[in-house]
Ligand binder design. Structure first.
Ligand SMILES: [Zn+2]
Ligand SMILES: [Zn+2]
Length: 249
């Protein structure tokens, strides 16, 4: 597809979003409200919350107190301060993430932002920023799904957002199937703080927004460089978090 037609298609998207009947963001069944899940999808979603690890939001079976960390965070503390996610990664959560990423339905960002908002600690007016995509990917897809979510969150909360706070300077391979060390290696040097934004993040709390948290390799790489550049605190806020298995972190 040429650049002109790609631009035309993207320009038409918001209009199409309004013209079509509202659909469930999980299974595409027609619904009353554009941001509602159908009953089946709603019941299949695993909403996250307390009790969980204070740091990485890994769910605990029973309440263990407010500041308790999971074994993994104790053994190997992540570079970020606090992660929160709206739902556990599963069939419906994945379907929503894929529609947001590839389905040409950026209106879904508004839906996921609604669910993420209650996990957003707005104290001290943190700066919202998306996990960046490589320029090449944005050019092909037309948008960065994390930036759409960050913008929707900013509209809903009135918080400031800096969509260009971080640059992705290296296109990273798909991390699926790689072990923790290989993942960390794959994202090494992939991100950079935008020089023009360095002064703004000094001493600030940053909320880094992403669609899916899988291994934590990306979140940790971003958090590390933000801290190095002077951010006081880095929190991660995402739509879905992988919960099962040793795949977390
Ligand atoms: Zn549904
Ligand atoms: Zn943890």
């Amino acid at each position: 597809m040429g650049t002109a037609s790609l631009l035309a298609r993207n320009a038409l998207r918001p209009i199409l979003d309004f013209a079509l009947p509202p659909r469930c963001p999980g299974c595409a069944a027609i619904t009353r409200d554009p941001h509602l899940f159908c009953l089946d999808c709603w019941s299949a979603l695993a909403f996250l919350g307390e009790p969980c690890c204070a740091r990485c939001a890994l769910p605990f079976d029973y309440g263990e107190g407010a500041a308790v960390l999971c074994g993994r965070c104790l053994a190997e503390p992540p570079a970020y301060d606090r992660l929160r996610a709206a739902v556990a990664y599963g069939d419906i959560a994945r379907s929503v993430a894929l529609k947001l990423k590839y389905g040409g339905r950026p209106g879904i960002a508004e839906t996921v932002a609604r669910f993420m908002q209650r996990h957003l600690d707005a104290a001290g007016a943190p700066l919202l920023a998306p996990v960046p995509l490589h320029r090449w990917r944005i050019w092909r897809r037309g948008y960065n799904q994390a930036a759409l979510i960050a913008s929707a969150l900013a509209r809903r909360t009135g918080l400031e957002t800096r969509l260009d706070l971080l640059d992705r300077v290296k296109a990273t391979p798909i991390l699926r199937g790689l072990g923790p060390r290989e993942r960390a290696e794959a994202v090494r040097g992939a991100f950079r703080v935008n020089k023009r934004r360095k002064a703004e993040l000094k001493g600030r709390r940053i909320v880094l927004v992403d669609d899916v948290y899988t291994s934590g390799a990306t979140a940790n790489a971003c958090a590390r460089i933000l801290k190095r550049a002077g951010a006081a605190e880095v929190n991660i806020l995402c739509w879905a978090r992988v919960v099962r298995g040793e795949d977390s972190h």
